[in-house]
Ligand binder design. Structure first.
Ligand code: ATP
Ligand code: MG
Length: 419
């Protein structure tokens, strides 16, 4: 394949390049947007690389944001307030597997040489319509390969995150990881232990969101050894260990690769939610989210999904209403987990929609009486009141037509006198 004569570059990006070039600074479009344009998968995030030092970039544009000043990245706001990243050509002077110390004053070739994969190390000049591809990224795009730039072992030792990035790009495009790159990834994988939980989580989430086949993405995380370190809950016990496998299944474990949805199911079920997918595939997802330093709300969602139950006790409307009242806000997540696990739509959907459309009361807050009403009616505050509210809610969930003030006060009095 030869390079196309040109690719579509947004006008605002061309203007930024033009201004830098007019001021005498060599400037190129680089990285993911070039790769995606060649794959016919247009991508609006055009990264701009320039010989201009950061202060020159800042002084050439009226509105800039120092997004990553330490690494030479300035955000330039276009007239529509869209931010474009402009990064000074750089070379790495020191790396420790997690952070790089960079130096400016580099050439485009040096800048491309410090990028992770050949398919991410191509440059296009939108004014001159020229290409630079010193690492033959275009050939690897043609061959569907993720290949490290230069020596894969060096690349991975410089930055361990690149191992996880390789898995993500391979899964996103349905590419293979080239053999030397794969071997180096396996050899260096122990180093990902030192990455921050946030960066690992970010890669895991992005991979789940973008993978063509989630099953393949998960398999590669396991095969390369990354799951052992960060997501052991993904790995079922070895086949043949019958007792262990049985215990694993009783605990809710399922072979992640088996349960991982294929793209068709994901599109149908509208599930690209990394929290739902992690719950679906991991034995103890709450532990996973804690380890990955997920947000409290994500940990709460995972906990609620684990508490369940995943489905109503019966197929009638009352059972569905009871279930909805019991699971509360977790209902939608549980429906997704159920339908992914069973690879079929949740059977109670129509009933749930009807219950929602009518607005049937499902929580204490929706009861026609408040706690104050009940104390006024003579119910003692404290545990008795709590129990009374639960009784009322159960009655209303059973039969929503009972949700009137008179009826509920009557039930309350009867329950206290009866007790
Ligand atoms: P995405 O569509 O996921 O944004 P991308 O290729 O644009 O894909 P970014 O993380 O936005 O990925 O990075 C932009 C570019 O910067 C990459 O294409 C690559 O050239 C370079 N890059 C990013 N992270 C690294 C890294 N850890 N090591 C080396 N080069 C990197
Ligand atoms: Mg990007």
């Amino acid at each position: 394949m030869t390079f196309p004569d040109s690719i579509a570059v947004p006008a605002s990006v061309v203007e930024i390049v033009q201004r830098l070039e007019d001021a005498g600074h060599e400037t190129w479009c680089v990285g993911g947007a070039i790769r995606d344009a060649l794959l016919d998968d247009p991508h609006s995030d055009f990264d701009i690389a320039t010989s201009a030092p950061p202060d020159a970039v800042t002084s050439l544009f009226p509105h800039t944001v120092p997004v990553g000043i330490k690494y030479g990245t300035i955000g330039v706001l276009d007239p529509d307030r869209v931010l474009h990243e402009v990064t000074t050509f750089r070379r790495d002077v020191r790396t420790d597997g997690r952070h790089a110390e960079v130096e400016f004053g580099a050439t485009l070739e040096e800048d491309l040489a410090r990028r992770d994969f050949t398919i991410n190390a191509m440059a296009y000049h939108p004014l001159r319509r020229e290409w630079r591809d010193p690492h033959a990224g275009q050939e690897d795009l043609d061959r569907h390969l993720v290949r490290a730039v230069g020596d894969a072992g060096d690349r991975f030792r410089e930055d361990r995150l690149r191992i996880l990035r390789a898995l993500r790009f391979a899964a996103r495009f349905g590419f293979q990881i080239e053999a030397f790159t794969w071997r180096a990834a396996r050899a260096e994988v122990a180093g990902i232990r030192d990455l921050s939980a946030e960066r690992v989580r970010d890669e895991w989430y992005k991979g789940l969101r973008s993978a063509k086949s989630i099953a393949r993405f998960v398999k590669e995380w396991i095969r390369v050894g990354a799951a052992d370190i960060w997501l052991p809950e993904l790995i079922p016990p070895p086949k043949g260990e019958v007792g262990e496998t049985g215990r694993w299944r009783r605990l809710g474990g399922s072979d992640a690769v088996e349960v991982a949805p294929e793209s068709r199911e994901i599109e149908r079920g509208d599930v690209r939610d990394p929290v739902v997918l992690t719950v679906l595939m991991c034995l103890d997802p709450v532990a996973v989210f804690r380890r990955l330093k997920a947000s409290n709300s994500e940990i709460q969602r995972a906990t609620a999904m684990m508490v369940g139950p995943l489905e109503p006790g019966g197929a009638d409307e009352i059972s569905v209403r009871r279930w909805m009242a019991a699971v509360g806000e977790a209902a939608n997540d549980l429906v997704k987990v159920w339908s992914l696990r069973h690879k079929t739509p949740w059977p109670w959907e129509a009933l749930m929609q009807r219950i929602r459309a009518r607005g049937d009361p499902l929580t204490r807050a929706e009861l026609a009486v408040t706690g104050d009403d009940l104390t006024e009616a003579g119910i003692a505050p404290g545990p008795t009141l709590g129990e009374c509210l639960e009784t009322l809610l159960a009655a209303v969930v059973e039969d929503p037509s009972r949700n009137t003030r008179e009826e509920l006060l009557a039930i309350a009095r009867a329950s206290v006198h009866g007790a």
